[in-house]
Design a protein around this ligand. Sequence first.
Ligand code: GPU
Length: 829
Amino acid sequence: TIPLESRQIWKKFSLGEFGDKQEFQQEFVRHVETSLARSLYNCDDLAAYQAASQAVRDRLVVAWNRTQQKHTLTDTKRVYYLSLEFLMGRALDNAMLNTRTKQYAREGVKDFGFRLEDLIEQEPDAALGNGGLGRLAACFVDSLASENYPGWGYGLRYEYGIFKQKIIDGYQVEQPDYWLTYGSSWEIPRNEISVDIMFYGYVRHYTDDEGVHRRCWEGGDVVRAVASDFPVPGYGTANVNNLRLWSSKPAQEFDFAKFNAGDYINSVSEQQRAETISAVLYPNDNFDSGKELRLKQQYLWVAASLNDIVRRFKKSKRPWREFPEQIAIQLNDTHPTLAIVELQRIFVDLEQLPWKEAWDLVVETFGYTNHTVLPEALEKWPVPMLENLLPRHLEIIYDINLYFLQEVEAKFPNDRELLSRVSIIEESQPQQARMAYLAIIGSHKVNGVAELHSDLIKKTIFKDFVAVYGGDKFINVTNGITPRRWLHQANPELSDLIASKIGSGFVKDLSELRHLEKFADDEDFQRQWMLVKHKRKEKLAALVKSQSGVVLNPDHLFDIQVKRIHEYKRQQLNILGVIHRYVELKQMSPEERRKMTPRVSLFGGKSAPGYYMAKTIIKLINDVGKVVNNDPDMFDSLKVVFVEDYNVSKAEIIIPASDISEHISTAGTEASGTSNMKFVLNGGLIIGTVDGANVEITREIGEDNIYLFGHLADEVEDIRHKHKYGGVQVGKKLQQVFDFIQSGALGDPEIYTSLLHSIKYGGDYYLVSDDFDAYLEAQHTINHDFKDTKEWARKSIVSVSRMGFFSSDRAIRDYAEGIWNVEPSPVEE
Ligand code: GPU
């Protein structure tokens, strides 16, 4: 540390916030000339982006250090959010807005001939996630920082994020997303922070000095996990939290034995294999692939994070019993469930705590969030794989299971069926470890992500555990979204318009939007409101034009469905509905057609590379687009667009442009959904099923302001049963659509056979046939309502004004109070 008498000098040179444009420019030029080694003669947009980022980053780093120092000094309880995905998107705009330096930067770069918007566009998305689950984690770290909670994210620093999607001949083609080509300006490499992680090996039994029988894990392969930190600025606060991502590296440079034996090339290349562990994000959404490399990713990340957390705790010199008073760890789905086992291993094997004492601390530390009821998404690891890769962990899992089953047996004697139902080990061939059960047993709270979903898990997949533990362990925390990125940043036009009426406090406290409702009937305000929407539709039209050449009319109704392509999300229902509309329009006279509400149907989203049915749906959408967009009869009536490579940055352009967006999952399948919240917050209305957070959105905004349709969650089981034993009834309208496709009007109908058969002869698991007519009916109502612009604007304003509940700030406060027991700890400015 710096001697006391010199600290004044230090402080004189310590970086503060930018006070004006000149200060920004000074830093900008310095970074161009020194960090980038360029000059005013070769400073292009990319260099300018990098210099601007580093200027902003420097400020964040100073504030980040202060925040961490303060939390260490005051020894406050910290929250650790363990997530295998953080779908952050771009950082620059967000960092400038959160530190309120955007104005200086804009004016600063303008003097040098740059448009700040062009620089922002240079940044590649940090796309370290698949969809909703990863984006939720990104919203949560924003809210943790903004609400002044001492909260860290822990994840993996994949070199390849979610693949880039190309559409070629209507098919999805995947290309690698190497996002670190120019490095990341936002990353602080922490090469000095590393943890050696073991795999394989064996369990050694021994007797310690006190004669106690002990076990310890030895002799395996070692891989090094190295930390990188990404500062997470809060909005309107000096708090800057940390997102720590781990990379895998070889544990030593060379295998000296081999090296000396002359096998130089192989000794190096074998070491390189260590790096493949964190190389690439698994591109599955709501699906468990069960691959060994994925298990290695999970363990490397979890073991490195826990080592880090325990090391920090040990520095405080507190007794172990205070561990849960100092530390809360949240498991984002079951991906980090091994953390439970790893902490128990640290306590029992390494720190030699008695099992029961250790286990109570573990349970008090962890909380588990479930994000799905889909059976194919629930993680199970084959026991032989665990035994090979993590032999000691498997033993600990067996012991956890044994004690748990004894507890169950004591409570429900002689119920063998129950014991086999709740056992962590499923008696299949091979045996499998059910990670959700382990997560429940090792956590003090389990939460679902929307009311309907939280009720559903208690009644279905976790029913037996409610019987064992009672209902209080299972709670709901409805998801939320950060108003910074999803309103203030993505839609400055709307944000400014709202602020002109109610001030800008809603960016920090979204519930302030309620003050907007009194302007809902103000015709002048309605016009301004719809003008913003129109502007944003123009902006989306420009994007679509530049990417696909298709010209959209911003006066038409924009109907948008953007999300991962999945049968349960039912993009097939949407596109079959579009085909129905096309067939109807074709049968009309030009006069009749002119009376119909003109529409744009826009789709976007990625399919998992190995998901055949989802890829077929993408092909169908693109083939419909090709026919419809080239049909002169449709020019003023219908356009169908598939936006390539949907990601966070594109979402920021697409979401503000919707009149209607679609959230039409089979009831009971979408745990929450979060884009539904983003669309409504941006003044779009929604068509949806009674599923996930749609239920609470309806309760908040009022049922007159949402277009709900379809069967309810509690009817789905019966309907599937009927399909199975009585066949599927394809109604007249849907049959018309099938006939059209089979006529070859879209091209070779063979391509779609499996898709159509899965509905008509395959049991229609997702109830497309059952909901089709109701879906068309709801769309019909929308066509009618859209013609009344004033009433539409009123609904839109009222809806936005009632969206305060869906801020991720509220969600984070719910977690803090209901699960973590942590308090905000603001840093002085
Ligand atoms: N979700 Br499980 C994902 O995005 N990926 C997954 O692998 C799993 C869940 C989503 C849910 O599908 C969505 O309904 C929810 O809003 C989101 O997690 C965040 O909770």
